[in-house]
Design a binder for this molecule. Structure first.
Ligand code: G
Ligand code: MN
Length: 361
């Protein structure tokens, strides 16, 4: 049997002289409390000029090198994370693994060896399965994921929404976490209508008993909107960019927990709030009207959206007027659905237009 070369040697060989692979850490927050829940470890090529991008470089690696790359990333990430936090402050670490790695006989042993070496609890490790189309060896994949989860490690399905196979994979693979691809959240300021995807995914994830992480949260407004929709976890430049291990402690010490509230703090937040109202109306379509709603409907200035508009003096805008108009028809979803729908859509449309044009209040 050939002697196994240490993975660090192989990665150094691939990287070339003076270069190495290091994890950069990007925080993932609990969007309900605003607190930091964990970090995704992202592979970065490091040379004498510092941290560089990685994607192009990784695409050219042979399969055998990718297993070694994973091993190196796991080792380095667990070394950092095992030292971070304490009894009062625990974080999980999320590490990317390409699909075929889960089918490699050596994979599970590499993972358990890494955990053992650093004394790192399995319950604080997440392995992200990269999404890239339909799974070839479905049975093998299911078995591998089940064994990993049997150790107490959680599994996430990464980049949900980038492959046509997403829904089938969600249905088939035994995973704990769904990570919505950053393409959905990133563009929300320009196309607020896309919040409907987040809302539907939240509902799907909840129904399936899975945790949803939304990636690509680039601004405070996007975070605000997602918090209102009830997203559980969020990650993106608006919270923090990926950072070298040496910066993580000081970032944590200066991180200001955002106000966790169900009240909108931005126009995009009011759009999210409207979506939840519309969704609730649809769910209640064949139910009696909730008593509290009669009062809420009667006063367009007293709902969460109305209060935000009052604070920012926005009632006389086109969308402010459309909001009042919607309140007039808000409770008629069961008796005159077309009228209700027109009101709901008119408000959503004028508000989305204002957001896309950058009329922040
Ligand atoms: O596929 P995966 O989700 O693991 O990719 C993460 C990549 O996305 C990293 O390279 C990271 O730097 C980048 N990234 C993380 N957050 C954001 C964001 O808010 N906006 C953009 N454009 N890229 C992000
Ligand atoms: Mn990922």
């Amino acid at each position: 049997m050939p002697r196994r070369r240490p993975s660090a040697d192989i990665v150094a060989e691939i990287c070339g002289p003076g270069r190495s692979i290091r994890p950069a850490f990007q925080p993932i927050i609990d969007a309900r409390s605003g607190r930091v829940a964990g970090f995704e470890a992202l592979a970065r090529l490091v040379d004498e000029t510092g941290y560089g991008a990685t994607a192009d470089f990784l695409a050219g690696l042979p399969d055998s090198a990718r297993l070694r790359l994973f091993e190196t990333m796991l080792d380095q990430s667990l070394a950092v994370m095992a030292d971070l936090g304490g009894p009062e402050e625990t974080f999980y670490v999320s590490i990317n693994a390409e699909r075929f790695l889960f089918l490699d006989d050596a994979f599970l042993a590499i993972v358990t060896r890494g955990l053992g070496k650093h004394g790192y609890p399995a319950s604080r490790l997440v392995l992200e399965v990269l999404e890239n189309g339909l799974i070839e060896n479905e049975a093998g994949m299911i078995e591998s994921l089940a064994r990993i989860r049997g150790l107490g490690i959680r599994v996430a399905l990464d980049d949900i929404g980038t492959a046509h196979a997403s829904l089938i994979n969600i249905k088939t693979l035994p995973v704990d976490i769904l990570k919505l691809d950053q393409g959905f959240a990133r563009g929300l300021a320009k196309s607020p209508h896309d919040l409907q995807f987040a809302l539907s995914l939240i509902s799907l994830a909840r129904g399936l008993g899975k945790t949803l992480v939304v990636e690509g949260v680039e601004t405070a407004e996007i975070l605000d909107a997602l918090m209102i929709l009830g997203v559980e976890f969020a990650q993106g430049y608006g919270i923090a960019r990926p950072m070298p291990a040496s910066d993580v402690r000081s970032w944590l010490d200066t991180y200001e927990v955002p106000v966790a509230t169900r009240s909108p703090q931005s126009l995009l937040g009011t759009y999210a709030s409207h979506l939840t109202v519309v969704e609730t109306c649809r769910i209640l379509m064949h139910q009696p009207l909730p008593v509290a709603w009669k009062e809420e409907a009667a006063n367009a200035d007293a709902c969460e959206i109305g209060r935000y508009f009052s604070r920012c003096g926005l009632h006389d805008t086109a969308f402010g007027k459309a909001h009042r108009q919607f309140h007039r028809v808000m409770t008629c979803y069961a008796t005159d659905y077309p009228l209700w729908k027109t009101g709901a859509e008119a408000f959503a449309h004028t508000l989305a237009t204002a957001i896309a044009e950058g009329q922040e209040g």
